[in-house]
Write a protein that binds this ligand. Sequence first.
Ligand code: NAD
Length: 355
Amino acid sequence: MRQFEFRALPWNVVFGTGALQRLPQVLDGLGLKRALVVATPEQAEAAAQVAGLLGTRAAGVFPRAVMHVPVETVAEALQVARECGADSSVSIGGGSTTGLGKALRLRAGLPHVAIPTTYAGSEMTNVWGMTEGGEKRTGRDVKVVPVAVIYDPELTLSLPPRIAGPSGMNALAHAVCNVCSYTDNPLVYLMALEAVRVLMTGLPRVVSAPDDIDARAESLYGACLAGATFGSGGTNLHYRLCHTIGGTFNMPHAETHAILLPHTVAYNAAAVPGPMARLAEAMGGRDPVTALHELLHVVSPATSLAQIGLAQADLDRAAAMTVAAKFPNPAPIGEPAVRALLDDAWHGRAPRRSP
Ligand code: NAD
């Protein structure tokens, strides 16, 4: 007999080429009159364009979002929001910028419209993160799900392949890990396996032909679905390792996900034969571990933890910290096995499978 649990989130998505032009209507429909537009300094121009599109609905622009959402940045953005009388925020950018919009919602209740320009998938999740005193805290709260998400593939054309590839593998991680976390969940499978299908074919096309709008659209669609599975799903060894390595050792988020994904899937493969068979089918009949390892080499400039700057001397501590945190995982967690996984990922070796 079929048996499963699924908690949907309050998603509200507009997707399509040129969808950005719908932003004023979307705000009107939500009764929002004065939005603070937020972005990173690198995307200040995009933020200014959004403000121009909004006209009097733009209360101001805050182009100072940074990676990992420091509480100081949140406080500064809140101050600006108060001074300009904002009743909401519109974020345009990757996961770092979406994260600031989520923090403004959490701290001050400002409804948030997200316009994602990478494949991080954060805009579809109920997960927030903030950094204080060098320590990143994360949590889940349905409040941080944006009141609307506008996906416009044209906005991703400027994302260089060196960022797009790892970012797409970050999305793939959401989908793959959630397939492997459940024994049999048909609703998760519907979204996650479709995400796997479109990302496995879309990402190599994005990297080899960055101007291919169809490849960009497919990958953005995959990111939307993948984020949705993460939002309604759980976490496992993969997320725990990425959290430790990204948070404690300050490694780049998307690259860390991309490099570790083939290894963490290999670690769990024997424990979840059913989900692995479904993943294989979504990958065109290929072995998922091999397919992910090969994809990493096609779409990511960095293929080892050493290449992104993690010190070999930190591997023992990373393994110990990961194992000390309690989390659900299909395969049993043992420190020697996790340490061996990290060693392989650090050297960029082929993933080893648990017996
Ligand atoms: P990012 O947001 O830091 O963006 C990386 C760089 O790319 C930035 O300089 C940005 O300005 C630039 N950029 C983004 N889009 C661009 C475009 N279209 N053209 C040119 N440049 C562009 O990177 P990310 O990987 O998207 O996000 C990482 C952050 O997101 C991490 O802090 C991570 O913890 C968080 N995240 C959160 C969740 C969640 O569910 N809460 C999920 C995934 C990621």
